[in-house]
Design a protein around this ligand. Structure first.
Ligand code: HEC
Length: 137
């Protein structure tokens, strides 16, 4: 019986910790996607590491029915394709427009993305690493 109480207590503590972690104020935007951690030297893939972030932070404004800036981010092909001002992901190029926008560096004619506030630094780092490593699907 004592073991049982202990087990329930441990679960409660774990649950409270999980809820508190979800309320981390350092997460400026609503990016709650679970992205697997990258091992040192591991090449990020779009499907595993980037798509969950993009789905939450970008696709609400960049999808087939509301492709703001003519840019549809609902698929890998869309992200690699162009919007009204051209291509935004150049494999291997750290200065691809998409990276400049999420780092909130000035880009003529386009505002910082997402417009409401920056992605968490770890999300930006994953997307940068993905582009630099060749923007694989
Ligand atoms: C709240 C809506 C909204 C969200 C969320 C959003 N965007 Fe945008 N995006 C826009 C609008 C509006 C434009 C049109 C240009 C402008 O007004 O700055 C745009 C334009 C762009 C363009 C330029 C398209 C072109 O060719 O002209 C890129 C690239 C872009 N967004 C990337 C992103 C990325 C990456 C994310 C997610 C990290 C994102 N956006 C999230 C609204 C949004």
């Amino acid at each position: 019986m004592k073991k049982m109480v202990q087990a329930v207590l441990v679960c409660c503590v774990a649950l409270v910790g999980w809820v508190l972690a979800g309320c981390d104020p350092s997460t400026q935007t609503e990016v709650r996607a679970r992205v697997p951690a990258l091992a040192p030297g591991e090449t990020p893939s779009y499907r595993v590491h980037v798509a969950p972030l993009v789905a939450e932070a970008c696709v609400p404004c960049h999808n087939p029915s509301a492709a703001l800036g003519g840019y549809n981010m609902a698929s890998y092909e869309g992200v690699m394709g162009s919007g009204t001002s051209g291509v935004h992901v150049v494999p291997g190029d750290r200065n691809s427009t998409l990276l400049r926008l999420i780092r909130r560096e000035p880009v003529p004619g386009i505002g910082p993305m997402p417009p409401a506030g920056p992605l968490p630094p770890d999300a930006i780092a994953i997307i940068e690493r993905w582009v630099e490593a060749g923007a694989a699907p």
